[in-house]
Design a protein around this ligand. Sequence first.
Ligand code: TMP
Length: 207
Amino acid sequence: MRHKGVFITFEGSEGCGKSTQSRKLLEYLTAKGVASKLIREPGGVAISEKVRALLLDKSHTAMNKECETLLYMAARAQLVEEVVIPELEKGTVLICDRFLDSTVAYQGYGCGVDIATIKSIGLFATKGIQPDMTFFLDLDTEEGLRRRGGERDRIELRSVAYHHQVRVGYLDIAKKEPGRVLVIDGRKPIEENFNTIREAVERKLRA
Ligand code: TMP
C-alpha cells in the first residue's frame, strides 16, 4: 500500500542499540523541522501496551508459540489502525522500534513458526503497510545479551542458541531484501552508525 509519509523501522536483537539510534533519528528530524514521530512495538497505544505486558511477563511460561505470535500481531494491528495509518496519511516520517520483521525473526526463525503463515497473518494485521526502509543493527548474540544487562523479560530469558537463531533470521531477511534493509554493524561507535543512518534517511527523503 502506498502512503504519503515515510515509514522507517529499526530491528535487531537484544542490546543492539536500535532504541538509541531511533531516538537520535527522531531528535535529528524534529530539530530539522521534519514532522516525525517515534513509536515502539509491541506497544505504542494503550491496548498494545497491555498486550506487551502479557507478552513479556516472566510468569507466563506456559504461553505457546501460536499464542505468542498472535499476541504480537494483535498489538501490531491496533497500533497500525490507531497510529501508523493516520500518521503515514498525514505525511509524517514515522519511526518504529521493531515491526513485522521482529515476528519473522523471533517467532519464525527463533520459535519455528511457519514463516509463510507469519507473513499472511502479518498482511492481515498491517493491512499491507510495509516499511520504506529498515535498519537492522547487527551484533554478536552474547555481546548483545551482555550489553542488555538488567532484569530480563520472558523473551530475553531464552537461551543464547535461541537468540542466535533470531540473528540468523535477521541476516536472512536482510539478504533477501537488500533494497529495504540496511545492515548496520552494532559494534561500531554510536555516532558513526548514526551518521550512516542519517545519510540514508536524507537520501530517502530527497528521493
Ligand atoms: P523490545 O525489548 O525491543 O522493546 O522488544 C520486546 C521483546 O519482544 C524483545 O525481546 C523482542 C520481542 N519481540 C518478538 O519476539 N516478536 C515481535 O514481533 C516483536 C515486535 C518483539
